[in-house]
Ligand binder design. Structure first.
Ligand SMILES: N[C@@H](CCC(=O)N[C@@H](CS)C(=O)NCC(=O)O)C(=O)O
Length: 219
């Protein structure tokens, strides 16, 4: 049995989206980010990233984490690459080169895009996109995202997908990071292939199911 520890309002979305695409039978154990709670260690606090029971699963205190029949994996990119490889099918890399490209673009997204993209999503979540300090924050993050997004845009121009010419786990891993920058519409508008690809992958039924579940969680 596959258990996913996480919350739909967290990086666990990428794992939930993949699990839904693969049609996996999984149990979701809700684990909230400790920073959302006033007193995460109080006896009546919901299970969170600082709860002793969860720290036994992931001593880093971060979500997502999975337990697949006793095999525990942390780090969202590794989790997704593992699940895709295990379950195969068109979402999984089919060759060593595809597997390497899937890893390459996943690491690219996690290292070249995620930090700055999260600055944009945090600004949007704080309702500050129109405030002066929010605009400055988005402008600074956008400047740093231009180069990697230009590289991704040029890459997507070839097939419209991150790896090969079909939708794979790599699209999920990269799209769920680029999504954090989506509130910066002027930035995303500069990259037509990125914009079209995001619209295409976010129209998938599994994404929509994940998104509805996310919306059902308290903000
Ligand atoms: N590199 C890790 C990062 C995981 C991470 O930072 N998760 C956040 C939620 S999005 C978390 O658990 N934060 C703990 C907290 O805020 O208490 C991954 O991709 O899995």
């Amino acid at each position: 049995m596959l258990t996913i520890y996480g919350a739909y309002r967290s990086r666990a979305t990428r794992t939930y989206w993949l699990a839904l695409e693969l049609g996996l039978d999984f149990t979701s154990v809700p684990v909230l980010q400790a920073r959302r709670l006033e007193n995460p260690l109080s006896a009546d606090a919901p299970v969170n990233t600082l709860s002793p029971a969860f720290l036994k699963v992931n001593p880093m205190g971060l979500i997502p984490a999975i337990d697949d029949d006793g095999f525990v994996v942390i780090e969202s990119m590794a989790i997704n690459l593992y699940l895709a490889r295990k379950h195969g099918g068109p979402l999984a890399p089919a060759t060593l080169k595809e597997e390497t490209e899937a890893s390459m673009w996943s690491f690219f997204a996690a290292t070249a895009l995620e930090t700055e993209a999260l600055r944009i999503s945090s600004t949007a979540a704080a309702g500050k996109l129109e405030a002066e300090d929010g605009k400055a924050e988005v402008a600074a993050a956008s400047r740093l995202l231009e180069r990697p997004l230009r590289v991704l845009d040029a890459h997507l121009a070839a097939t419209g997908f991150v790896v090969a010419d079909r939708f794979t786990v790599a699209d999920i891993n990269v799209a769920e990071i680029v999504r954090y920058a989506q509130p910066a519409t002027a930035l995303i508008g500069k990259f037509p292939h990125v914009k079209a690809w995001l619209e295409k992958v976010q129209a998938r039924p599994a994404f929509k199911t994940m998104w509805e579940r996310r919306a059902a969680e308290p903000a």
